[in-house]
Each structure stands twice: as structure tokens, then as C-alpha cells.
Design a protein around this ligand. Structure first.
Ligand code: XUL
Ligand code: CO
Length: 442
């Protein structure tokens, strides 16, 4: 059965196309620097936003119109969504998808029944994957929505909840192994606190560390080979999440000897909620060799919450692709659209239109970033700006051949301290030029 009857296979029509159901820039087979766009970008559809999202907001109920709306039995609905999902993956020609356990199968009366429901749907997904090009980028479990997780999961005050969360992650790793997920993601959900007045922060954070170690041990026990990823987010739903941002989470991973076992899954809107730019979080992870994957979206500049918009800001996608290319790609990660259509974009076709804009925006970012790296644009600017560290006293500093006595002697002998302009406006103009050139097909 066909679910999205108004959409045919989406094609690349080029920059002058006015068809909202065609790619303007993303041309999967086009070679950029020896790899196809598809290989560079590794796009992934998020099952939750695409097949489980009803488009509610804090002030209103769901508006989404979906082809499976009239199916009432939860398991039948879940099966229909799998069929619809693989149709969408095929029509959009996306190589990956990602899900939480509860996105794909309904929870049962007991944990046992929940696992049984999941087994049925996982078997169906496995069967669909056999004839589809689309692979599982990552899977995770939702240890935050159900009321049992009201006080958290691995950082809950209730040990039974800790055990329940562990059982779900154990199952998630088994599912990941069965479907060959490239990575397994931990997003903290409610791993944080509402108030310090009733919180044993030391115990909660230690328990989180214990939880990760047990998950890693179980993965090696069953031979799961995916990359573990942790996804920082500063707040929401808690007022403070323990995995606040990359720097905070890096310190947590180092403290609990986990920094060689996990990498980061970085989400644009989480970066901005933390008061950082997307590229800041990517850079921080990259320079620490911890950049694993990306949740591609963007926030609304005027709203203070996680709006998860589809990415359309070409500056952000260019600077993100710069970091990703400098990282040598994302290995077992990819660009997962943790993005949802606006509540006002409620038609089923909007799911396609929105992914197309996101894919085109990142394809443009890839083109621009690749050309700028090939021509050493930022590298030349930065090399020149730091040239004082290549000789004389600067070289002594970076090589560890000096001390405060020698530095003071150097400073006392200086006739004047000369600085040069950083020319940031010129640099932004150069970035504009590269974006405009890429848009005009140069
Ligand atoms: C929540 C969020 C999650 C994670 C996976 O803000 O980003 O969807 O990506 O649990
Ligand atoms: Co995310």
C-alpha cells in the first residue's frame, strides 16, 4: 500500500527549480572531494519527529494529518508506520534513520509486554531493511516520557527506576545489534535536577557514571559494535541537565574514565540553548577527538526553548560542515534530522518538503566548506594570525622552553608591543562570497 500518494520519488532539479518536492542543491551522486554527497552527508530521518510527532505545542493539541490516523489498534498503527517510513526513506533517498524504542512500538501493560511488542516491530523493520538501502544510524531508548521517570532514570532517587532504565537500555543494545545500528545514543532526558534543595548531586552523578559503565560492559558481552554517543543539552525538561554542554560532559566522561568509550552527538538547538553556537560545540568536540555524530536542526532566535526546526540557515550549515570535514567525516555517525515540521505545517507532504530544505541547506554547506578548506581560506588567516608562535619567544612558549624569568626579560626588552587588525569584517565578507559563488554554481 502507498501512504504518501501525492509524492513521487524526489529528484534533483537544480538551483532554478521552483518545485518544493525537488532537491535544488543536494545531488546524492555528485562527487565532492572524492566522495559522493550522500557519503559525506549521511542523512538520517528521525522516526520520532516524522512518524510519532502529533505537532502539539505548550498551548495546543496536535495538528498533524497523517495517512495512518484512522488505524486505532496500536500494534497495527505501529506496523503501518514502518511501511510508511520505508516509503518515505525510499522517496527521499535517505541512507539512514534513527529511533527511540517507544517511537517504533507501543508500550504494553508490563515491561515484558513492551519488549514483546518491540520484538514484533523490530522483526518487521529488519525485514524491510533487507530490501531497502536505508540503514540504522543509531537507536536509543526513551527513559524520560513515561511518569515512572518523573525523577529521572539513571539519576533517579528511586533504585527501582534505575533498574527499569537499565533493562530498557539492555534491550536497546540487543535491538541495535539485531538491526546493525552504527551507534547507540544516550540523551540525558530527565538526568538532571529541578532543585538542589532535594537533590544528592554527588550520588546522582556517580550513578550516571555507573550506568554508562554497565551499558558498555553489556555491549561487549553481546558483541554490539556500535559507537556509544552522548548528546549534551543544558536544560529542558530539567532546569539543569548533567550533560549541560560538550565541555561539561567531557569533564564528566573524564572523571568516570568514559572518555575513550563515548563520543558526542551534537545537536544545534541544544548548543544554542547552552548559550553556544552550533559550531562552538562541534569545534570543542573535534579538537578533543570526540566528535561522533550530529543532530541536525536549528532553534528559533526569538523563542527560548528547543524548537527543533529543520535547518535552513546556510551560515550555520556551512560552519558545521567545515567542522565535520576537518574531523575527517563522522565515521559511525551522520546528520540526523532531529527536526520537526512546524505545527502549522501539518500536511503529510510537509514531511518531505521540510527534509528537502534541510538536505539542500547541508548540501550547500558541504560545497562551501569543501571549497574553503581546499583553498585554505580560514587556515591561512589563522596561520598568519598566530605566526608569532612559530619563531623566537613564541616558539619557546609552545615548545616548553621558557619560564617566567625569561618571559619577563623578553618583555622588559620590548620597545613596543605591536598588534595587527583581526579584520573580522573582511573575513565575513569572504565567507559571503563563497556562499554566493556556490549558489550560483561556481
Ligand atoms: C531531545 C533530543 C532527543 C535525542 C534522543 O531534545 O534531542 O530526541 O536526540 O533522545
Ligand atoms: Co537530539
Amino acid at each position: 500500500m502507498e501512504y504518501f500518494t501525492n509524492v513521487k520519488k524526489v529528484k534533483y532539479e537544480g538551483i532554478d527549480s521552483k518545485n518544493p518536492l525537488a532537491f535544488k542543491i543536494y545531488n546524492a551522486e555528485e562527487i565532492i572531494g572524492g566522495k559522493t554527497m550522500e557519503e559525506h552527508l549521511k542523512f538520517s530521518v528521525a522516526y520520532w519527529h516524522t512518524f510519532a510527532e502529533e505537532l502539539t505545542d505548550p498551548f495546543g493539541s496536535g495538528t498533524a494529518i497523517r495517512p495512518w490516523d484512522n488505524i486505532t489498534d496500536p500494534m497495527e498503527k505501529a506496523k503501518a508506520k514502518v511501511e510508511a517510513a520505508f516509503e518515505l526513506f525510499d522517496k527521499l533517498n535517505v541512507p539512514y534513520f534513527a529511533f527511540h524504542d517507544v517511537d517504533i512500538a507501543p508500550e504494553g501493560e508490563s515491561l515484558k509486554e513492551t519488549f514483546e511488542n518491540m520484538d514484533i516491530i523490530v522483526d518487521l523493520i529488519k525485514e524491510k531493511m533487507e530490501t531497502s538501502k536505508t540503514k540504522l544510524l543509531w537507536n536509543t531508548v526513551n527513559n524520560f516520557s513515561h511518569p515512572r521517570f518523573v525523577h529521572g532514570a539513571a539519576s533517579s532517587n528511586n533504585a527501582d527506576v534505575f533498574a527499569y532504565a537499565a533493562a530498557k537500555v539492555k534491550k536497546g543494545l540487543e535491538v541495535g545489534k539485531k538491526l546493525g545500528s552504527q551507534s547507540y545514543v544516550f540523551w540525558g532526558g530527565r538526568e538532571g535536577y529541578e532543585s538542589l534543595l532535594n537533590t544528592d548531586m554527588g550520588l546522582e552523578v556517580d550513578n550516571l557514571g555507573r550506568f554508562f559503565h554497565m551499558a558498555i560492559d553489556y555491549a561487549s558481552k553481546i558483541g554490539y559494535e556500535g559507537q556509544f554517543l552522548i548528546e549534551p543539552k543544558p536544560k529542558e525538561p530539567t532546569s539543569h541537565q548533567y550533560d549541560f554542554d560538550v565541555a561539561t560532559t567531557h569533564a564528566f566522561l573524564q572523571k568516570y574514565n568514559l572518555d575513550d568509550k563515548l563520543k558526542f552527538n551534537i545537536e544545534a538547538n541544544h548548543a544554542t540553548l547552552a548559550g553556544h553556537s552550533f559550531e562552538h560545540e562541534l569545534r570543542y568536540a573535534r579538537i578533543n577527538k570526540m566528535l561522533g555524530s550530529v543532530d541536525a536542526n536549528q532553534g528559533h532566535p526569538l523563542l527560548g526553548w528547543d524548537t527543533d526546526e529543520f535547518p535552513s540557515d546556510m551560515y550555520a550549515t556551512t560552519l558545521a560542515m567545515y567542522e565535520i570535514l576537518k574531523n575527517g567525516g563522522l565515521e559511525k555517525g551522520g546528520l540526523n534530522f532531529d527536526s520537526k515540521v512546524r505545527r502549522t505545517s501539518f500536511e503529510p507532504e510537509d514531511l518531505f518538503r521540510a527534509h528537502i530544505v534541510g538536505m539542500d541547506s547541508f548540501a550547500l554547506g558541504l560545497k562551501v566548506a569543501h571549497k574553503m578548506i581546499e583553498e585554505n581560506v580560514f587556515e591561512n588567516i589563522i596561520d598568519k594570525r598566530y605566526k608569532s608562535f612559530n619563531e623566537g619567544i613564541g616558539k619557546d612558549i609552545v615548545e616548553g622552553n621558557t619560564d617566567f624569568d625569561k618571559l619577563t626579560e623578553h618583555a622588559l626588552n620590548l620597545k613596543e608591543v605591536k598588534n595587527e587588525s583581526g579584520q573580522l569584517e573582511v573575513i565575513k565578507g569572504v565567507l559571503n562570497q563563497y556562499i554566493l559563488q556556490a549558489l550560483s554554481g561556481k
